[in-house]
Design a protein around this ligand. Structure first.
Ligand code: ADP
Ligand code: ASP
Ligand code: MG
Length: 446
């Protein structure tokens, strides 16, 4: 079997869904499992409706609910040219009824827990898959019966062993040549049946999890670009498609902000040795990227990505740094506060590290001040250059750094895996830094 995942822009309206249906039909001999995102920007709309309800603005929340309802009903009408099956109509009415109840509950209590937010966010994928499955025929599976997660609402961690067993039970029997099975990305459920989500952009991750659980021959990520490009095309329009990427390169790119793939996507596929391809829904015959374990590329740098804002913390202690146990004590603070550290660079008397912008800075400062001096710089961005020959290409580091000219680099870190060189710059200079670095990349292509 194969997994085909279509992102929000690929299922944004009836015209897009028809294209997706053509692709799914073409894949029928390969027993496709179709994993869909919510239509277009529906998930954003659901978040906005929930926030309005939380603020006590029930009218605003209901207006957004009605706008979403109108868009989904229109898509269904257009797809079926005015003759949508009654069962679809009933399903949509039920789902929008559920959304209304949830929003009213939030508005009444003026309380939006991550658990309520997940219940609300799940509606996007449940709606898009209902409409699409009715149109394309075949099976429909509620991902919450298969995609078992823990109860970390908003960013739940999947439980692969349970998912494997549940997929065999609920999806396996429906799969077969000539038949499509449709399910939702992004959403899952706890053992108790509470709805969870894998975090924004999580449908890619779902696709990889389903693929690994079912032993897919390939996981296809269908989106609005011709694969993974050498840089985000919105920042560097001349970015080039990358035909082949190694798992390690793709994982680094995703983790450092290449939105085209959810950061965790690659891992289940790597473990199961399943190739992942990234393809353009509107240009199915065009170029695409294959991500697989055994790629040996001759490229010094493969791609660039950036992530921000992040905060840089510089922790210094002339007394303690050289002594054993200092780093342990330092990282214990981050561990205890549940804050993950991205980049680390050490010097004789100080350690610099980056954390996400939304971490509890005050608390960290307090804890760290007990044994060291702390400086914090907010509004920074991490820029990562990724490539399997990054380290072994003489002079490349110098060329990259000198290309930045007057852009100040505040921190440099060479990833332990040798394929990632990360730089920290001010957030407002990140786009220009990417453009300058990309010229070096383009000039070093074989
Ligand atoms: P989907 O809705 O299909 O999941 P996303 O919007 O999540 O699509 O991801 C695709 C987008 O990722 C592209 O439109 C592009 O703007 C952005 N992007 C960022 N970095 C890259 C990159 N290196 N290669 C390709 N696309 C990228
Ligand atoms: N619909 C979800 C989101 O917008 C998941 C996804 O599209 O991958 O974040
Ligand atoms: Mg995405």
């Amino acid at each position: 079997m194969i997994v085909l995942k279509f992102g929000g822009s690929s299922v944004a309206d009836a015209v897009c869904m028809r294209q997706v249906a053509d692709l799914v039909r073409a894949a029928l001999p390969e027993s496709p499992l179709v994993v869909l995102s919510a239509m277009g920007k529906t998930t954003n709309g659901l978040f906005e409706a929930a926030k309005a309800a939380e603020a006590g603005d029930l009218a605003g929340a209901m207006a957004r609910q009605r706008a979403l309802m109108a868009a989904h009903r229109k898509a269904a009408e257009d797809l079926f040219e005015g003759a949508a099956p009654e069962s679809l109509d009933v399903a949509l009415t039920d789902l929008f009824g559920e959304l209304e109840l949830l929003l009213r509950g939030v508005a009444l209590l003026r309380e939006l827990s991550p658990r309520s937010m997940d219940a609300i966010a799940s509606l996007g994928e449940r709606l898009s898959t209902r409409i699409f499955a009715a149109f394309v025929g075949g099976g429909w599976v509620d991902a919450r019966t298969v995609l078992r997660t823990d109860a970390a609402f908003g960013e739940a961690a999947p439980q692969p062993a349970a998912i494997r067993a549940l997929a065999a039970q609920h999806i396996g029997p429906l799969l077969g040549p000539g038949r499509a099975v449709v399910t939702q990305g992004y959403i899952g459920a706890t053992e108790d049946g509470l709805t969870t989500t894998l975090g924004r952009g999580g449908s890619d991750y779902s696709a990889a999890l389903f693929g690994a659980a079912l032993g897919a021959a390939e996981v296809q990520i269908w989106t609005d670009v011709e694969g993974v490009l050498t840089c985000d095309p919105r920042i560097v329009p001349e970015a080039l498609p990358i035909p082949e990427l190694s798992f390690a390169e793709a994982a680094e790119l995703a983790a450092f902000g290449a939105k085209v793939l959810h950061p965790a996507t690659i891992q289940p596929a790597v473990e199961a040795r399943i190739p992942v391809t990234v393809r353009h829904t509107q240009k199915p015959q065009g170029r695409f990227t294959t991500i697989s374990a055994e790629v040996r590329t001759g490229r010094p740098i493969t791609a660039l990505a950036s992530r921000g804002p992040v905060t840089v913390l510089t922790v210094s202690s002339s007394r303690m740094l050289a002594q054993s146990g200092f780093l342990a004590r330092l990282f214990e603070v981050f561990g205890r506060r549940g804050v993950s550290v991205d980049l680390v660079a050490t010097a004789e008397v100080s350690v610099s590290l980056t954390v996400e912008a939304d971490v509890p800075l005050k608390a960290l400062q307090e804890d760290l001040s007990a044994f060291a001096k702390v400086e914090m710089h907010e509004g920074r961005a991490i820029i990562a250059a990724v490539g399997e020959r990054l380290k072994s290409t003489p002079g490349l580091g110098a060329r990259l750094l000198s290309s930045l000219g007057d852009i100040n680099v505040e921190m440099i870190s060479m990833g332990a895996n040798e394929i990632n060189l990360s730089l920290v710059v001010r957030q407002e200079q990140a786009a220009e830094a990417l453009r300058r670095l990309h010229r070096v990349l383009a000039g070093s292509m074989p």
